[in-house]
Design a protein around this ligand. Structure first.
Ligand SMILES: C[S@@+](CC[C@H](N)C(=O)[O-])C[C@H]1O[C@@H](n2cnc3c(N)ncnc32)[C@H](O)[C@@H]1O
Ligand SMILES: [Zn+2]
Length: 294
């Protein structure tokens, strides 16, 4: 059972504080608010906090999530995960309390690496993982049993209290700047991972992936500017040797997976184990709140 510190969660119906209830016999209790709104844990351990109609969206399918899990599990992006973990762990005070939100956590594999790193400095860490795809959260909940895994829409008010979080991490996922600013503590940090121009260029065309534009950085800072200012940035380049099956997973795990047929994609890439060089090019940008003068 993940701990649910009082005053961290907010009821998505009425906005009141949401608490973990003890539920004898069950591995995880429901989340309940003072007005009686109650959210049961799914068998896999996550909570569905989606209410109302919400945003029209196309959640990642089980097949896309499986492709992402397999690709990340093979360790191709491990240097990125370690760099994000190092960035966040440097924000932690030894033995201090620390709360991290992974927004658009997907399969939760980056969060796992982050939590393992943070735990080297403090055991008093609370993690919240949110995503709109229950297929993704099933996996995230399994590998991060200590985290609160919440199905919710990042474009709706987040089910978190004001100024409750030390770090928000967003890896290739949508960014709701106003809500991230609201839930961050005054000295908190937003950690954003984006692709740089040239990312996966060798396979973008043959797999129907969008190529990355040069001005992405300027656009990122512009989109967040009302609430955040860039603090620091680190570039991570990874040269990968990928088989056709791995390239198919790579293409299918991203937005292109919504409009590609995986079988057709895989057969178009050819069979066999001949590996091709593919360069992944990322930027980790750390933002502080515009109201933080430090
Ligand atoms: C490209 S994936 C990245 C996942 C993970 N951070 C990673 O890098 O492996 C984008 C994620 O954002 C989630 N997502 C998309 N729209 C969302 C929304 N409106 N609210 C919450 N999550 C959303 C998707 O379900 C998906 O898991
Ligand atoms: Zn309520």
């Amino acid at each position: 059972m993940p701990s649910t510190p009082p005053l961290l969660l907010r009821c998505p119906v009425c906005g009141g504080p949401l608490y973990g209830s003890e539920n004898p016999g069950a591995s995880r209790g429901a989340l309940v608010c003072g007005a009686g709104h109650s959210f049961d844990a799914a068998r896999q351990g996550y909570y569905n906090l989606l209410v109302g109609k919400g945003t029209v969206f196309e959640a990642d399918s089980a097949e896309m999530v499986a492709s992402r899990f397999n690709f990340l599990d093979a360790g191709h992006y491990r240097p990125l995960a370690e760099a994000v973990a190092g960035t966040i762990a440097r924000m932690v005070t030894p033995r201090g309390e620390f709360t991290v939100l992974d927004s658009g956590t997907g399969t939760g594999q980056y969060l796992r690496v982050v939590l393992d790193e943070v735990r080297r400095t403090t055991e008093r860490c609370t993690a919240v993982a949110l995503d709109i795809s229950k297929f993704a959260l099933r996996r995230a909940a399994r590998i991060n049993p200590e985290a609160l895994c919440l199905v919710c829409d990042v474009w709706q008010p987040l089910p978190l209290a004001d100024a409750a979080v030390d770090a928000v991490m967003v890896i290739f996922a949508p960014r709701n700047a106003a809500e991230f600013a609201r839930v961050l503590r005054p000295r908190g940090r937003l950690v954003v991972v984006t692709p740089r121009a040239g990312h996966l260029a060798a396979v973008a065309e043959s797999t129907g992936m969008l190529s990355i534009e040069d001005d992405k950085d300027t656009r990122l800072a512009g989109a967040l500017a009302a609430h955040f200012v860039p603090d620091s940035a680190q570039d991570i380049d990874i040269r990968m040797m990928l088989t056709p099956a791995q390239i198919a997973d790579l293409a299918f795990m991203g937005p292109a997976g919504h409009h590609l047929d995986r079988a057709a994609l895989a057969s178009g890439l050819g069979a066999g184990d001949a590996a091709a060089a593919v360069d992944a090019m990322f930027r980790i940008t750390v933002f502080r709140l515009a109201t933080d003068a430090s």
